[in-house]
Design a protein around this ligand. Sequence first.
Ligand code: MF3
Ligand code: CO
Ligand code: CO
Length: 362
Amino acid sequence: TQKDQMRKKCASERLRKDKKRKLRARMCDSNIEKRDRVPCVSAYNECVKSLHKIMKKKLLVSIIYCIFAFKFKRLNMNFKKKRWHCFPGQPITELDKQVMYWENKGKEVPTRDLIKTPEQIEGIKRAGVINTGVLDEVAKHIKAGMNTLEIDKICYDYCTAHGATPACLNYEGYPKSVCTSINEVVCHGIPKEEDVLEEGDIINVDFTTILDGYYADASRMFIIGKTTPEKEQLVRVAKECLEIGAEAAKPYCFVGDIGYAIEQHANKYNYGVVRDLCGHGVGLKFHEKPDITHYGKKGTGMLLVPGMVFTIEPMINMGTWQVFLDSEDPFGWEIISGDELPSAQWEHTFVMTEHGVEILTY
Ligand code: MF3
Ligand code: CO
Ligand code: CO
């Protein structure tokens, strides 16, 4: 029985071993199968991988294509409306470099005719001297009880006596030689006998002189007698706005830099900066390009380069920035503040130099 038992044990042992062997064999089989499958799987993987590669490449290619298309379009666009040209055979100046650089960046740049020659600047300066004389003459005589037609006469007489012409007279239907804008009149107030200056009024006198074909344009505020602290502050802040705007006007800056600086200052007082009227290029004509807006974003608008001549003339309202045309003005010139609160303005003609602006209407 012992032997029997041994045999049984051995048999079961064999059976177990057999099973193990079979199992191993099966595992081996499956290994083979696995091994068989491996090339198949890797082919699939390879396929996916290369597809990915192609996709990646395509993506890269399309990105590169997009960049080139965009650049080319811009280049092409610039090519089409290219404004700036260097003089053939002459060295490229700093001005050429700057203008071409910014034009390629898609910025608005001046045309050559906006850049005045030294002789032209001298001519505008001479017109500026007379213009300043006109405003000084007004300062000497302006007082309560005077009407604005009298101011018009002072201006006309001084200007013509100095061999110059008042630019406003008959300009696009404007009937007088100067603009006299009292209190809520923002600008383009037409001199008239009925407009008598009263104590406490604030008035802007805006005059433009033509001398030998050159234009100079400036305006000042006058306070008649003693006025309220509110109006006094408005007049002072409007002047500061002009000064701050002029300070912001650096060579190779943008028109928007000036407007931004002005707006920042006016905002401190909650004043409205008029948007419907702006400063302008000046010199060979009354109103040239560019528009000098007194509001704006830095780096926007036209590039300002040495030799450009323009006015800065912020109109600052005590209340809303909005304005409207006075319906009672038969000439359609007078501009009134939207809420009929007082408005103030100062103006100078400037030339851009290598260092900043120089006033031509001192
Ligand atoms: N002198 C104003 C200006 O600063 C323009 C006045 S135009 C006029 O631009 F016709 F009203 F005189
Ligand atoms: Co003016
Ligand atoms: Co002007």
